[in-house]
Design a protein around this ligand. Structure first.
Ligand SMILES: Nc1nc2c(c(=O)[nH]1)N[C@H]1C(S)=C(S)[C@@H](COP(=O)(O)OP(=O)(O)OC[C@H]3O[C@@H](n4cnc5c(=O)[nH]c(N)nc54)[C@H](O)[C@@H]3O)O[C@H]1N2
Ligand SMILES: Nc1nc2c(c(=O)[nH]1)N[C@H]1C(S)=C(S)[C@@H](COP(=O)(O)OP(=O)(O)OC[C@H]3O[C@@H](n4cnc5c(=O)[nH]c(N)nc54)[C@H](O)[C@@H]3O)O[C@H]1N2
Ligand SMILES: [Mo]
Length: 822
């Protein structure tokens, strides 16, 4: 058994939904927000109407978002790093950067080690036999005798980040963009100019992205390239700016916040690796010391966050003597993401699986592999309000699920659950806002809430360990479980636990004779967390959500004193009710707002104050030179990421694993640098990549407003709106293949085929790439063999099983297919 949280996307908005109205330029790239985020998209409309904001959309398809854009540019799937690298090159060579911002708030002046190299598409440390970079030690700065990183404020040093970056992106020319992305040069340059217009304090651009960036083998680096553009323009930490990940399911932000990924603890703390048996070493590696003088490096408080978490989980069983129960935590030998889990099942190494609110047969790449993996399980538990493709994977549904049930021995248990409208609780939006909601109706039939099912399971499993022992019962029998009804904890009890409380009287740091928080009281915020076991908090970034004053998430005051959308009395945002992250960067070095009309915070001579909650030490005078990026050991934002990314410190373009060229135009002579050299590929999956000779067309998959993934096809109204599976092909390709609108086509990849209605459209055009015509095929993902809509094939029959090098998010957005008339 394992918890395999799907890693389809990650991140959050640095700003928030309402703040989009303050933007002057809006770049939607790697997403289709009008379609997939129609409610939030109203703030784009506001910005256009009231600020004359200009909307840029860059997408392989002319989408619903593109239909209201001022500029639309097509792009070949999987090539956004080339486009954005081209923007970086444009900004640097034309000197369209916000100089003071970049000088004061980024790592431009940091000097990198002499042995760091980039040759022929690969960074120093590459080891071919290990398929990646086991040794990243050269990706680092030079240190001075004082232990701090060396800098050159004049930016003359050949190895300062500025010069390395300039050289790296010099190869990303407008010609390279045109030939690799298929975006006409004039359109590319027009977009560069529009973005460059925001390199001044009075103007800001925001970037809205989603899966068109995350669903690639270089997805995390695409996002970083976008963030680098924003930093050069001075658009991070300011109102109307930001890197804004528009998240998916209504509470998927809460999922990552609460650490429901195999490598995470709550609040973006991380699980130890197998080699980290030593507690002090584990803490030291994460409680980063400042790399420059006078910097804060807020993760220095890691121990306080961690100890408070362990006290919340294990109460009195977590003591200083046992390192706060450090041994209770699993130590990872590898990432246990979705594709890893399916691989383990496929190899017969994992024999039980709980799918809670998840339909992996439909949602995971390469359906044939998923089906084979599920068929090797001993047992499968489905917690879902509906019968899903996954719960029925073992049944024959004709051509759509052609299996022989008599050969599948997996025991499947269905536990019907309620859904959000039938329970109290909070949802975290992309804005990091935790908003409380109340139940609207009781669940039907035998349905029980997820909390009741999980609570009931836990109580019974603990009983088994208590009575029968087992290999290591301690973490389970000692788990703190202080709910009024242990069989069914309430959302209110859990919310209070996430916030945390004092386990002893906490002295006032200003006057230790006084008590700041009494034993048993709720904490006011994470600044009160202690590393000595006197506080408990289930998720440090949620500390402040349910204080002694009550449930802050239930607040509904929409007062907005300055009119820029800073409604601090509406619900509650992590961290500390702050609405714009890094907002210290909205002021100049002396603490004055760069744009007073969109003021977030300012220094008044003795303290920092609103209209936002300052992302800074409140009494820190600007003249001390503390940088705004207090979560970085550098104190400033990073163009050069030392050790965090698997494929290198600067984003570099690598082709999708299935691509129409067979080579990487940026590094045409190095066969090892075609696709992401840091990505993990299982051998059985490597054998399932197709080539352009057999599968000549590029395919991408996406969603429609009328459906939500795989479950609204159970709803009659949605099923009527979009009744049947279709694939979109451009007129040029349709003509080439002799296909008329409405005819049926077979779309195949190396992994299988689907049959669907052809929708012939003007909205997808062929692109000229390296002198060759490349056709894009668009495949919506919503249909399957369950529900009320017309039964169909699962789109993920076609997709390859390979993921982003860092997040393991599957490459759903770029692969090869063949289209034929049937
Ligand atoms: N109605 C509805 N809304 C939803 C959902 C739903 O199922 N239905 N799902 C929710 C979920 S879970 C999520 S994660 C979000 C997803 O939100 P989005 O990411 O906006 O959704 P997708 O439809 O997957 O859109 C991806 C867009 O990226 C484009 N694209 C593909 N490849 C590339 C590329 O290489 N570069 C660029 N620049 N663009 C590319 C596609 O053509 C498509 O228009 O939507 C959420 N909202
Ligand atoms: N090819 C391709 N594949 C994709 C994508 C793509 O763009 N292209 N997108 C990917 C993305 S971003 C996502 S998020 C996934 C979506 O994949 P899934 O998350 O598997 O899709 P959903 O259909 O939203 O499944 C959620 C299930 O949760 C159930 N549910 C609803 N409420 C509750 C509840 O309160 N409790 C419980 N226990 N269950 C509940 C629903 O009935 C439904 O069956 O698909 C991924 N797969
Ligand atoms: Mo998603």
């Amino acid at each position: 058994m394992a918890g395999l949280a799907p890693t389809f996307g990650r991140g959050a908005m640095t700003n928030h939904w309402v703040d989009i109205k303050n933007a002057d330029v809006i770049l939607v790239m790697g997403g289709n927000s009008a379609e997939a985020h129609p409610c939030g998209f109203k703030w784009v409309t506001e910005a256009k109407a009231h600020r004359k904001a200009r909307l840029i959309v860059i997408d392989p398809r002319f989408t619903r978002t593109a239909s209201v854009a001022d500029v639309y540019a097509p792009i070949r799937t999987g090539t956004d790093i080339v486009f954005l690298g081209g923007v970086i090159n444009y900004l640097l060579t034309n000197d369209k950067i916000q100089h003071d911002y970049v000088r004061d708030y980024t790592d431009m002046s940091f000097i990198v080690r002499e042995d760091f190299t980039f040759v022929d598409g690969l960074y120093s440390g590459y080891d071919e036999s290990k398929h990646g970079y086991p040794d990243k030690s050269t990706w680092d700065y030079e240190r001075g005798d004082d232990g701090f990183v060396k800098v050159d404020a004049t930016l003359q040093h050949p190895r300062c980040v500025y010069n390395l970056m300039k050289t790296h992106y010099a190869r990303y020319t407008p010609e390279m963009v045109e030939k690799t992305c298929g975006t006409p040069r004039e359109q590319f340059l027009k977009i560069c100019e529009m973005l460059a217009s925001t390199a001044v304090p009075q103007r800001a651009a925001t970037i809205l992205y989603a899966l068109g960036w995350t669903h690639h083998s270089v997805g995390a680096q695409m996002i970083r390239t976008g963030a680098m553009v924003q930093l050069l323009l001075g658009n991070i930490g300011v109102s109307g700016g930001g890197m804004n990940a528009l998240r998916g399911h209504s509470n998927i932000q809460g999922l990552t916040d609460l650490g429901l990924m195999s490598n995470l603890l709550t609040g973006y703390m991380t699980l130890p690796g197998q080699q980290e048996q030593d507690f002090e070493g584990y803490i030291a590696k994460r409680a980063l010391q400042p790399l420059r003088p006078n910097q804060l490096s807020y993760w220095q408080h890691y121990r306080a966050f961690f100890v408070s978490l362990m006290k919340a989980w294990w109460g009195d069983a977590a003591t200083a003597a046992n390192n706060w129960a450090y041994d209770y935590l699993p130590k990872l030998d590898k990432s246990y993401d979705l594709m890893q889990g399916l691989e383990l099942m496929y190899q017969g190494k994992m024999n039980g699986y709980i799918a809670q609110g998840f339909n992996p047969l439909a949602a995971a790449p390469s359906k044939a592999k998923t089906a084979a993996a599920l068929a090797k399980l001993k047992w499968l538990v489905i917690m879902d309000p509906l019968a899903t493709e996954t719960s029925e994977f073992w049944k024959n549904h004709g051509e759509y699920n052609d299996v022989d049930a008599s050969r599948i021995h997996t025991e499947v248990y269905r536990l019907p659950t309620t859904c959000f409208a039938e329970e109290n609780g909070s949802l975290v939006s992309s804005s990091r806002v935790l908003q409380w909601h109340w139940w609207g109706a009781a669940g039907p039939g035998e349905a029980r809430s997820d909390l009741e099912i999980m609570g009931g399971l836990f109580v019974r499993i603990r009983k088994l360990y208590q009575t029968q022992g087992g290999k290591y019962p301690d973490p389970i029998v000692n788990l703190s479980w202080l709910y009024a009804n242990p069989e069914s904890p309430t959302a209110e009890e859990l919310a209070k636990e996430y916030n945390g409380c004092a386990l002893a009287d906490l002295p006032d740091p200003k006057d230790p004779t006084k008590v700041l928080v009494k034993k048993g009281e709720q904490l006011a915020g994470f600044a009160q967390l202690k590393d000595d076991g006197t506080t408990a908090s289930g998720c440090w970034i949620f500390c402040g959500a349910w204080t002694q004053a009550g449930n802050q998430m239930a607040r509904r005051d929409n007062d907005d004193p300055t009119g820029i959308g800073q409604t601090l009395g509406w619900a509650w945002a992590w961290p500390a009710n702050r609405r714009v992250l890094y907002n210290r960067a909205s002021c100049d070095a002396s603490g004055k707002p760069l744009d007073p009309t969109r003021k977030l915070i300012a220094w008044n001579g003795s303290t920092w104050s609103g209209p936002d909650v300052p992302d800074f030490k409140l009494d820190e005078p600007p003249e001390n030179g503390m940088g705004p990026f207090i979560m970085q050991a550098e104190g400033v934002a990073r163009f050069f990421v030392r050790d965090a990314m698997v494929e290198g410190p600067f984003p570099e373009h690598y082709e999708p694993f299935e691509n129409p060229l067979g080579f990487n135009p940026l590094n045409p002579h190095n066969p090892r640098a075609v696709s992401n050299p840091g990505a993990r590929v299982f051998d059985d999956d490597r054998a399932m990549f197709g080539t352009v000779a057999q599968y000549p067309h590029v395919a991408t998959t996406y969603r429609l407003t009328e459906h939500f993934h795989y479950w609204t096809k159970h709803v009659r109204l949605n099923a009527i709106l979009q009744p049947e599976q279709f694939v979109e092909i451009g007129e040029d390709l349709a003509h080439e293949l002799g296909i008329a609108n409405g005819e049926r086509v077979k779309v195949s990849s190396k992994r299988g085929y689907i049959v669907a209605v052809a929708l012939v459209t003007k909205r997808i055009k062929p692109l000229m790439i390296q002198g060759k015509k490349v056709q894009t095929v668009g495949i919506p993902l919503h249909w399957g063999f369950m529900g009320l809509a017309k039964p169909g094939y699962l789109t993920n029959t076609l997709t390859p099983s390979v993921g982003d090098g860092n997040a393991q998010t599957p490459e759903f957005k770029s692969f090869l297919v063949k289209v034929e008339k049937v």
